[in-house]
Ligand binder design. Structure first.
Ligand SMILES: O=C1O[C@H](COP(=O)(O)O)[C@@H](O)[C@H](O)[C@H]1O
Length: 225
């Protein structure tokens, strides 16, 4: 299934996606008592977080993680963990459990082992919301990244370090099999440049060229200008 929803405004986009994610988390909580959610970092999702965090859910039983992290301390403006703490884990969602995606160390390779178990315990994801860059990367799976082929491999480990020409710092990312195994996958994009990139990805030859392709068919894409 591939579905592309165009909203009349960004406000409607963020509200609509938050409502859908809320209902999917509610269904997971009702079915098994717990739920897991992965969300993107970057510049787009904060207004979506502001709406979702007010949802009347049993947040204490929800595990929240990032789809990917820039390997920078939380004090950095570029920290996705900081974004999550400041914009999502507030109001009702303050009761959720944050699954860590960062630890202070020299390099992402140094923290893989200590982060992996908590991430694995929250899989498969009930809901995965992904962003996309204008270069068609998703999570931190970038075109021309050093471990691109490894991250796309169906046998990939759940978490990989990543370095890419378009990424100013090293990254940690969930890999393709984890993203594809989520029970619900949403892509959140805003702005004409992202719509153009999304269409370009649909006609690309391979996810090596356009990593967002790994979820384009199964995801619901949510878009506003
Ligand atoms: O670096 C990242 O970029 C993408 C897209 O971010 P945006 O600023 O264009 O919205 C994001 O999905 C990813 O999580 C983040 O680490």
């Amino acid at each position: 299934m591939s579905d592309f929803i165009t909203y009349d405004s960004r406000d409607a986009l963020f509200q609509g996606l938050a409502g859908t994610v809320e209902e999917q988390l509610r269904a997971a909580l009702a079915a098994k008592g717990t739920a897991s959610l992965a969300v993107p970092g970057g510049t787009t999702p904060a207004p979506f977080f502001h709406r979702l965090r007010k949802a009347d859910l049993n947040w204490a039983n929800v595990r929240v993680m990032l789809t990917d992290e820039r390997f920078v301390p939380e004090g950095s403006e570029r920290s996705n963990t900081r974004l999550l703490r400041e914009h999502l884990l507030q109001d009702n969602a303050a009761a959720a459990t944050l699954v860590p995606f960062y630890q202070l160390a020299e390099a992402p390779e140094d923290v893989l082992d200590s982060l992996r178990d908590a991430i694995e315990a929250a899989l498969p994801l009930d809901v995965c919301v992904l962003g996309m860059g204008a270069d068609m990367h998703t999570a931190s799976i970038f075109p021309e990244a050093d471990l691109l082929a490894e991250a796309l491999d169906p046998q990939a480990p759940i978490l990989l370090p990543m370095r890419a020409p378009n990424a100013p710092e090293p990254r940690l990312t969930l890999t393709a099999p984890v993203l594809q195994a989520a029970k619900a996958v949403h892509i959140l994009i805003a702005g004409a440049d992202k719509k153009t990139a999304f269409a370009r990805a649909q006609s690309a030859n391979s996810p090596l060229e356009a990593p967002i392709r790994i979820v384009q068919e199964q995801a619901i894409t949510h878009y506003a200008d």
